[in-house]
Every structure is written in structure tokens, then in C-alpha cells.
Design a binder for this molecule. Structure first.
Ligand SMILES: Cc1ncc(COP(=O)(O)O)c(C=O)c1O
Length: 498
């Protein structure tokens, strides 16, 4: 058998191609039979090749839920590439990875320490695992209104006051590109005998370039999750979970993954993971050098535009920013008189440029291995044009932001609400629907999450405060979309029946 070290191999993609070339007549799913039965409207657009490998897990093509053949080989190659002991392909994104990682590590009733700006997939794992969150406050940049990472000091203090915690869950990088001091956090967590789990959804590329912040696997964490589809060449939903050392029970992890993954995973997605790993392992450094060069060219040009700020590595060393992924372009537009939501829309409607994320003050653009000097120029030119537009600087007035700033001196993110009952109890109990504006004091039964970035403002079991109501209404007026509540406009909210 070829060695784990031969990273030019793509065993899973090869197995799919071999099946296609064998000319086998398929009496199995999917019913489109390698594209033959698919309507021309879609078939002609996506092409026959992708449909030819849209197969099912028949013998020889292995089983994601019980891998023994080419998927197992592809897993081993991924583990070697990422410096992990075990790697697993995921077809339901890092969402499934976070759920499986937390469900594997925790037992019902356990406490887990996690940053308040964790992704909603972590909160959904708390509901399913019947565990108790203790939220750690991330460091906040009040000027840009951005949450960064939690510091080692915060982790240490929370471990001290919550000695019963079984695991610490960290998000690094954040959506905004800041990374945590994982080597220091690893020492603290492991000296306390706890598990360290990392949501590295935004860092599948970190391991492959020395000028990017250290990856979670290189910092020695017990388990981490990467969204290969977010910044590498995995197709949407294609992610990986990696583990290191002995602390994660692999049998339990595999059983848990079987709870969350389809019995009919897309083999096209699995092939994209196999090839994305090969690409990174064989030419990742070169590709990422080119990507970094594009970002390093664009950042000063953006910062030269009057009124625009694009944060960068000068922020490293500030609390919660142990490292910074320079390929993330957080473009602050508040000083040109726009909310991020408005800027996103104008950039798309007027300049045909679509960013990844908008929030009150910023838009976030990703520069990745698929970008070119031309695409990045389009972004810089569009932002320059946007900044030139003649706009009065009181545009926050309709959202109430200008008034808040006058009252408070700086913008405030709401305090972490009181956890009145566990997320699971709140989610599964009897609910009633009431007017959101009158809900202060009631216990929330839903998750209220502006999406993107997917970080909940309210989680099930938390007591709703006036401060939270004001903040959510401000976000909605400014153009945020909320995910989670049955009523997406939040005229009403589901709370626990008294
Ligand atoms: C920090 C973080 N973790 C996890 C996820 C979930 O990843 P996926 O979309 O791959 O399910 C996201 C998605 O945006 C995220 O931002």
C-alpha cells in the first residue's frame, strides 16, 4: 500500500473515476443515473462529469460512516497533511464537526467553557448533549464593534472558577480573522486536565503557510474542525475534523459522527476534500504565498482611501488578537457614513462585487486561492468609488446609532444574558409566543442569531433583557437578517410558558 506521506495521491477521487471508466451499468441511487435522467436545463449547465461521479456508497467506493477502503486512505492522508492523528471528512460542514466534537467530549450534565461569540452549531450541540455552557467573554473592539478571541487569562480565570468543567471550546480564527493564543491556552487547559476543542472553521489553510498564524493541530489541541469549503477548494459543506493524542475516544467520535452525517453523503463533496488536501499538501505554500501577496497589496490601498480602515497585522498583540489572518479583509465603512449592511448592498448593486459578511460598521471580504490581481482590483476600486460617493455623515441617525453614541460615548455590545435554565430544557419545554418588544424578563426558547456571522445574541434558556431587545431592534433596523426565531422579523418571540 502507498505510504501516508505520498501526498500527491487522491485515492478517493481515483476510485470514483475508476468506477466511471469501468462503464458499470448503475442500478443504484441517485435516480438520475449519472446524469442520464436529469433535465437538460441543469445537466447542460453543471456538466456530465460532475453527475458521473454523483454516485452512492456501493462496494469499492467505501462508506463514509464505516470507512475501510479509499475513504480511509484519504482520511489518513489528510491526517498526515494536517499533523493530526486522525482526520474525518464531513459532508454537513463544520456544523456537524462542532456538534460531533462536543457530543463526543461531553457527558449529560457536564459543563463546557466556551466563548460567547461561538457559532450557533456549538449552541445546538449543547441542546443535543444536555450540557451546561459557561460563556467566556471575548475581547471586544468597541470602535469597530467586533468580537475577537478569548485570552489565555480569561480561560485560566474561568477554569479556576469552574473546576467542574470537562472541556474548553475555543473559536480561532474568528470570522474577522483574529486568532487566539492557542499554544498558551493548550498549556493552561491540559495542565488542568481538561479537553481542548477548537472551532477552526475559518482556518483550513493556516497549517500550510509559515506566515499565517499557527494552526490548531500544530498547537496540540485535542480536536478541531476546519471548513475546507470556506477558504480552500472543498465544495460547499465539505469540512474536516482532526484529532490529536489519546484524550478523544475515537470509537465514540465515530459513533457520534454517524448520528450527524447522512447515510447518502455526496461523493462529489468527498472527492473535493480529497483533492483539496492533495492541493494544499503539494502546492499549498506556493498558492498561499500568492494569496498573501494579493492581500498585502490590497490592504494598504484600501487604507489609503479616505474614511476607510482595513484592519491588519498591526492589531496583533491587542487583547484577543494573538495572530491575524491577513487574507481576511475587514473593511470598516462607518466613517464614510454607511452601515456595513448598506455598503454590502451598494457594492453588489452598483459595482457587482459581493462581500462575505456585513455588520453594523464593517464588510468582510475574503481573499483566497481562487482570487487574482484582477478580482482584488475590482474590490479595491469598488470600495474607493463607494467612499467617493457624496454621503452625509449622519446616516446612522435612522438606526439610532448616532444617538446611542452621544449618550454612551462609545457603542456597547449587550452584556451576556443570565442563563436561567439549560439550553436543552428551554428548547424542548412548552413555549408561548409573545411580542418581542414586551419580552424583557422572560426566558428565551429560541436562538436569535444575525446571519452571517451566525453568532447568537440570545440562546435558549437565557433571560431576555431590555438591553438585548434594544440591541436586536437596532440590528434589524440597520438591515441585519436574523436566523433562528420562528418569526424572522422578530415581531414575536417564543419564550418559556410560565
Ligand atoms: C466560526 C464558525 N464555526 C462553524 C461554522 C459552521 O461551518 P459550516 O458552514 O461549514 O457548517 C461557521 C459558519 O460560518 C463559523 O463561522
Amino acid at each position: 500500500m502507498p505510504t501516508r506521506a505520498d501526498q500527491s495521491r487522491t485515492p478517493y477521487f481515483d476510485a470514483l473515476q475508476n468506477y466511471v471508466q469501468s462503464g458499470t451499468v448503475p442500478f443504484h441511487t441517485p435516480g438520475h443515473k449519472q446524469g442520464q435522467g436529469m433535465h437538460r436545463r441543469l445537466r447542460d449547465f453543471i456538466g456530465d462529469n460532475v453527475l458521473a461521479i454523483d454516485l452512492t456508497q456501493i462496494r469499492g467506493l467505501d462508506d463514509l460512516n464505516q470507512p475501510e477502503g479509499p475513504i480511509q486512505e484519504a482520511h489518513e492522508l489528510a491526517a498526515a497533511a494536517y499533523g493530526a492523528d486522525f482526520s474525518y471528512f464531513l459532508v454537513n460542514g463544520s456544523t456537524a464537526g462542532n456538534q460531533a466534537m462536543l457530543m463526543t467530549a461531553l457527558r449529560p450534565g457536564d459543563t463546557v467553557l466556551l466563548p460567547r461569540n461561538s457559532h450557533k452549531s456549538a449552541v445546538s450541540a449543547l441542546i443535543m448533549s444536555a450540557t451546561r455552557p459557561v460563556y467566556m467573554p471575548p475581547e471586544v473592539d468597541r470602535e469597530l464593534l467586533i468580537d475577537h478571541c478569548v485570552t489565555p487569562e480569561t480561560v485560566s480565570a474561568f477554569l479556576h472558577s469552574n473546576p467542574q468543567a470537562r472541556a474548553v471550546f475555543i473559536t480561532s480564527p474568528t470570522y474577522y480573522g483574529a486568532t487566539a493564543d492557542l499554544p498558551a491556552i493548550e498549556r493552561i487547559v491540559h495542565e488542568s486536565g481538561k479537553l481542548l476543542l477548537v472551532d477552526e472553521a475559518w482556518g483550513p489553510h493556516l497549517h500550510f503557510h509559515p506566515e499565517l498564524p499557527p494552526s490548531a493541530t500544530s498547537a496540540g489541541v485535542d480536536a478541531c474542525v476546519n471548513s475546507t469549503h470556506k477558504l480552500l477548494a472543498g465544495m460547499s459543506q465539505a469540512s474536516m475534523l482532526h484529532t490529536r493524542g489519546e484524550r478523544i475516544d475515537q470509537g465514540r467520535l465515530r459513533s457520534t459522527l454517524r448520528l450527524f452525517q447522512s447515510t447518502s453523503p455526496s461523493l462529489v463533496l468527498l472527492a473535493s476534500l480529497d483533492v483539496a488536501r492533495m492541493q494544499m499538501a503539494t502546492e499549498g505554500e506556493q498558492l498561499l504565498t500568492a494569496t498573501l501577496a494579493l492581500a498585502r497589496d490590497a490592504r494598504p490601498r484600501l487604507n489609503a482611501i479616505p474614511g476607510i480602515y482595513c484592519m491588519g497585522p498591526e492589531q496583533v498583540g491587542r487583547p484577543g488578537i494573538a495572530g491575524y489572518d491577513e487574507t481576511r479583509m475587514v473593511i470598516t465603512v462607518k466613517d464614510i457614513g454607511y452601515t456595513g449592511y448598506e455598503a454590502e448592498e451598494i457594492l453588489r448593486m452598483r459595482y457587482n462585487v459581493q462581500v462575505e459578511l456585513a455588520d453594523l460598521f464593517n464588510v468582510v471580504a475574503l481573499i483566497a486561492i481562487g482570487d487574482t490581481a484582477e478580482s482584488v482590483n475590482r474590490l479595491v476600486t469598488a470600495v474607493a468609488e463607494l467612499a467617493r460617493e457624496d454621503r452625509a455623515i449622519d446616516m446612522y441617525a435612522p438606526t439610532g446609532l448616532a444617538q446611542r453614541r452621544r449618550q454612551e460615548g462609545s457603542y456597547q455590545l449587550p452584556r451576556i444574558p443570565e442563563q436561567a435554565v439549560s439550553p436543552r430544557e428551554a428548547f424542548l419545554s412548552e413555549h408561548v409566543e409573545i411580542a418581542f418588544r414586551n419580552s424583557a424578563g422572560r426566558i428565551c426558547a429560541e436562538m436569535v442569531t444575525p446571519y452571517p456571522p451566525g453568532i447568537p445574541i440570545l440562546c435558549p434558556g437565557e433571560r431576555i433583557s431590555k438591553e438585548i431587545i434594544d440591541y436586536v431592534r437596532l440590528q434589524l433596523r440597520a438591515g441585519a437578517r436574523m436566523q433562528g426565531p420562528v418569526d424572522g422579523r422578530l415581531r414575536t418571540i417564543r419564550v418559556l410558558a410560565l
